[in-house]
Design a protein around this ligand. Sequence first.
Ligand code: M6D
Length: 547
Amino acid sequence: MPATAHASWNKLQQLYESNKDSLTLEQLFAKDPQRFEKLSTEFKGKYTDANVFLDYSKNLVNEDILNALFSLVKEANVEKLRDEMYSGEHINTSEGRAVLHTALRNVSGELNQQEEGVADVPKVLQHMKEFSNAIRDESWKGYTGKPIKNVVNIGIGGSDLGPVMVTEALKHYVKRDIAFHFVSNIDGTHIAEVLKACDPENTLFIVASKTFTTQETITNATTSRDWFLESAKDKKHVAKHFVALSTNTKAVTEFGIDEKNMFQFWDWVGGRYSLWSAIGLSIAIAIGYENFHQLLGGAHDIDLHFKNTPIEQNLPVLMAVLGIWYNDFYGAQTHAILPYDQYMHKFADYFQQGDMESNGKYITKGGQHVDYQTGPIIWGQAGTNGQHAFYQLIHQGTKLIPCDFIFPVETHNPIGDHHRILLSNALAQPEALAFGKDEEQVKKELGAQASNETLVKSKVFPGNKPTNTIVCQKITPATLGALIALYEHKIFVQGAIWDINSFDQMGVELGKVLAKSILPKLHGEGDTKDLSSSTAGLVNYFLSHAK
Ligand SMILES: O=P(O)(O)OC[C@H]1O[C@@H](O)[C@@H](O)[C@@H](O)[C@@H]1O
């Protein structure tokens, strides 16, 4: 059912209209000294040390609004849909598939999940364990008997972003005597620069592609194999230097990779939800299998939290409904993710795909065109860098940008006062965004200059900008797993309320197909009559300038 068909949607619209001019964070806090205690909640892992504390008190919501948002969750049957996802029903309706990334990390076995392949998950994990151990303990040797010192993951989208983000976020745990490289872009520069840093005798290529048909990945993998064979000569050596992570056995073996060097996963693992699968092999090699298992465990702990916690204290639900409040009622177009942890500098990039490919849809599951906003634009970067780049606009621009601030209590690198200085910023920004600075205060500070009205006005901060603050003890593998799963389920809840299929990605197809038809034209083959005059003109410009 479209989101607007729910009674609580209308209620929320009314609440928005009647509160939008009067609801201020300043008043909300002034009225209720217990606001922080009431509007914050902590998750602690059952099986791991994962922990996430969420303070959502700096949001433009009162009790009525929160209750209406919770009613929306109930009316949209989010809990039923969640249970259907967990139990393996084919909720990815357009592709007729189950959505079972939770089965990849069901480390306790508490979730009862039925689908072809689920029973094989432990077997693949065991394979990953043995293989990653063999690379790490150097028992796996290259064709000249040398241990592996370079690992190149070749993949794109979901077969790249997860491994890149996690190996960065958990760099503290990464084995430093192996260099990890990630090649995704079809631009030859990407692979060329990586190969310059590698030696064919000690390089392992991990070809990561769910479909094993993705143009970028297959082209980069072919270039790498050619480069490798220039030195190794004999094709039989490929087996020691190329492995594949895929659902497509036929294409993998046709490429020349031995089936026993293939790590399987299944069509019920969406690309952007696949770092928990064989796609995580580079992560397992980098941080060690035990840590990879902790990553899975932390995510599993959030899966259990999402399943078993009443919606009022359910972290992914809370984050989802607050997002909907701004996205659909306040008209916010974007949402910023701002981790105050340098290791997490790729977290927002990762969820650009995670969120935008999942919820960037305008057709409901029933085939109707939505008459409301769906997925927000996700962006952000690590603090404090963002402060010196784009925070100006968040503070004083004309757009409302809800933000998530994320920080760990403990750092992996306690040097001098760095961490407390970092955290003072992570705390100061949401405070400034929420409460701003009024004209009176500015005038007081300006003293004699207060007569300059323009100057006064330009120094006023309106405040009332909503934020969440997410605090973890430390970015351990389990806590990172929990954070990722938290955002995954937030996306799920929002998609469920918007009544869209968060698990297909039809929108990436058209450009891919067109590129295939344009490629021969760039070789001067065929005519350009089927293209617009603009694109035809550009093709001809290229042809007349190409050397
Ligand atoms: O893993 P493969 O199949 O190469 O796909 C890589 C990526 O392709 C894109 O077009 C999207 O569909 C992504 O969801 C996917 O992660």
